[in-house]
Design a protein around this ligand. Structure first.
Ligand code: P6P
Length: 317
């Protein structure tokens, strides 16, 4: 059984092997800590609101804030990251390593509204090389890069098992956390999304405010007797569709004209994973990975999963 540390020693990476190992160690140490809190549930005081809101105006759950703090702490310890963009922080975070080469974008705990009802949640991350010169002050442009420039991306899914899924561009790998030995163990290398599938995921409660094209596609799914699967936790919905084949959609709605999901730290990392695994992701018009970000917490509509299903959906849009 291959341990993550063994895999990382030879995993192709744009930067140095040491940098990859240090960054992934930070992710893994934070994930182990979040795993422990998530699996203790109400036994430790982590349920409920933190009594604050993020820039999106969303109530922050206690575990949102805890996860964010743990991740930032570990990234500072790694010494590899000069700048962090987090869903939980209005502005960019300058780390204690301003001369490092890498930038880290993250949703520390996606789906946090599900924490108190014991439904799967996830940590999503995306890494770039900075565009500003090493030695200069890291800047917004370092974070506002197209998804096609990512050099590392992945997520941790805290569910029936805690799994780490990531890519450095050549393949997508899945590791599962073995609590007995406190290690992530290889479960699957070179994961491929089935080219097609019969699962569609969207919040049908919004359907009447979707565009006519999206509504026509949903009718098509029903005519073809596809299964509807949506648990309201992006990482869990994406993970299922990646393994079984399917299409996840968060289109624009009356409430969220640009959809609800954030480009930098939700759509880009999952879009790259999807593409490396043989799937695809679009905002309904262009490939997610080709979108030039304009703002840190920018939202985009998201259609992501099996390539044939995405192409069929786009034909209706
Ligand atoms: P809705 C969770 O809050 C999240 O950001 C994603 O994990 C999830 O896919 C989406 O929002 C669910 O949003 O509007 O359907 O409740």
């Amino acid at each position: 059984m291959k341990k993550l540390s063994e895999f990382l020693a030879t995993c192709p990476f744009k930067g140095s092997q040491k940098s990859l190992q240090s960054i992934m160690l930070a992710v893994v140490e934070a994930a182990k800590s979040i795993h422990k809190d998530v699996n203790r549930g109400g036994l430790t005081d982590i349920y409920g609101s933190a009594g604050s809101q993020n820039i999106q105006g969303e109530t922050q759950q206690k575990l949102d804030v805890i996860a964010n703090d743990r991740l930032i702490e570990q990234l500072n310890i790694s010494g590899e990251i000069c700048l962090i963009a987090s869903e939980e922080n209005d502005d960019l975070i300058l780390t204690n390593s301003p001369n490092s080469r890498y930038v880290f974008c993250t949703d520390p705990l996606d789906g946090s509204s599900n924490i108190d009802v014991n439904i799967s949640i996830g940590t999503i991350f995306s890494v770039f090389e900075r565009v500003s010169a090493v030695g200069s002050q890291p800047e917004l442009a370092d974070a506002l890069q197209k998804g096609c420039k990512q050099i590392l991306a992945g997520y941790v899914l805290y569910s029936t098992a805690t799994v780490l899924v990531f890519t450095t561009g050549q393949s997508v790998s899945i590791f599962v956390y073995d609590e007995d030995i406190k290690e992530f163990i290889s479960l699957q290398e070179d994961v491929k999304i089935p080219q097609s599938g019969k699962i569609y995921s969207c919040n049908e409660g919004n359907a009447l405010t979707y565009t006519q094209g999206v509504q026509n596609y949903l009718a098509n799914c029903k005519t073809k007797k596809y299964s509807a699967r949506y648990i309201g936790s992006l990482v869990a919905d994406f993970h299922r569709n990646m393994l079984k084949g399917g299409l996840f959609m968060y289109p624009s709605t009356e409430k969220d004209k640009n959809g609800k999901l954030r480009l930098l730290y939700e759509c880009n990392p999952l879009a790259w994973l999807a593409e490396v695994a043989g799937g695809a992701a679009s905002n309904g018009e262009v490939n997610i990975l080709d979108i030039e970000p304009q703002q840190l917490h920018q939202r985009v509509p998201l259609f992501i999963g099996s390539k044939a299903m995405l192409q069929e959906a786009l034909s209706f849009l």
